[in-house]
Ligand binder design. Structure first.
Ligand SMILES: Cc1ncc(C[n+]2csc(CCOP(=O)(O)OP(=O)(O)O)c2C)c(N)n1
Ligand SMILES: [Mg+2]
Length: 337
């Protein structure tokens, strides 16, 4: 598990977001934990000990970190196969994370789900899935159940821009708006479905415009900036509360790596390599480091957090490598399909 963060040395006050140095350093720790865990996967992957496809989220980290920071405790979240950032933002549990990736009994699904179906129901991560769009109606169903039971908690549904082209997305959105469900839809828009850009896939001008006629509160912005994500999510949630309507948060980000796997793929010809300036602008970690500069959270604190996170990941990888595979008696347990 995550070691306790020691207090940062900065004495400056809070940002306009109400995030002081200690909390900002905690958010930075989460961004780094996700980034460095995925960088470790990239280093280890070709040893072929992890027998799972990996959809890495380098570039996406600020979205789940920011949204999970902004939503109330007790919110239930649903996601996709690109779920490493969501799982780690919600749990910071690298022991179970690597356990599942190595197919070991220490994973949340005892090694039988792999990277694409990470869950942590005790922390509110209810389901993630390899099948595009499938967890959207599950989230709406969960929000309906909560409304039926008069429970005030929020449900959050994370999905990619490609899922918006699925019929089930529109049916789910329609039903949620009709029933005024307390649900936040979060579209993680990297402009790509595998190798196909949005311009070759959709007949609408933009996702926020396409939502124009729905009785939902909509916000859109730069998902590479953690500060922006938190600001937008907070604003949207207060409008959802005022109007008693679902929310739709549309966040753009840059997918740094190939669709699935640990490599860059700028040589594949479907997109160009970003310039160094673009890389920096689209990198949520360096973007947030600039905010930390403004807060006076300096290099020493950041370096210490990095070392702690690296040690945590290293220990978790070694634990996962040494852990047992699930036994034969597990073959048919927890399996419904
Ligand atoms: C129902 C369904 N159709 C097709 C696929 C094949 N598929 C896997 S990922 C993907 C692209 C999805 O893009 P997006 O929702 O934008 O997510 P991203 O990978 O960009 O995070 C497709 C079409 C699938 N897994 N499920
Ligand atoms: Mg996409």
């Amino acid at each position: 598990m995550l070691p306790k963060a020691s207090a940062p040395t900065s004495t400056r006050n809070e940002t306009p977001l109400g995030v002081g140095p200690a909390q900002a350093l905690g958010l930075y720790r989460k961004l780094l934990l996700i980034r460095l865990a995925e960088e470790r996967i990239r280093q280890e992957y070709f040893k072929d000990e992890m027998k799972t496809p990996v959809h890495l989220g380098i570039g996406e980290e600020a979205i789940p970190v920011g949204v999970c920071h902004a939503v109330p405790e007790g919110s239930a979240c649903f996601g996709t196969y690109r779920n490493h950032s969501l799982f780690l933002a919600m749990t910071q549990d690298t022991d179970r994370f690597f356990g599942e990736l190595y197919g070991k009994s220490t994973g949340p699904a005892k090694g039988k789900a792999g990277s694409m179906h990470l869950t942590a129901p005790e922390a509110g991560l209810m389901a993630t899935s390899a099948v595009v769009g499938t967890t959207i109606p599950l989230a709406v169903g969960a929000a309906l159940a909560r409304a039926y039971r008069k429970e005030p908690a929020l449900t959050v549904s994370f999905f990619g821009d490609g899922a918006v082209e699925e019929g089930v997305f529109w049916e789910s959105l329609n039903f949620a708006c009709l029933k005024r469900l307390k649900i936040l839809f979060v579209c993680e828009d990297n402009g790509l479905a595998i190798h196909t850009p949005a311009a070759s896939r959709v007949g609408f001008r933009s996702i926020p415009e396409a939502l124009g006629g729905f009785r939902a509160q909509v916000a859109s912005g730069d998902g590479s900036s953690l500060t922006t994500v938190i600001e937008l999510a907070r604003g949207l949630m207060s409008r959802m509360e005022e109007e008693s309507q679902p929310g739709f948060l549309h966040l753009t980000y840059f997918r740094f790596l190939e669709h699935v796997g640990p490599l860059e793929d700028f040589d594949k010809g479907y997109r160009r390599k970003p310039t160094p300036e673009e890389m920096e602008r689209w990198d949520p970690v360096s973007r947030f480091e600039k905010d930390l500069d403004d807060l006076g959270v300096g290099g020493e604190d950041r370096q210490r957090v990095r070392q702690e996170v690296l040690a945590q990941i290293d220990r978790s990888v070694r634990l996962a490598q040494a852990a047992p595979y699930p036994g034969v008696e597990e073959l048919h347990t927890d399996v419904w399909a």
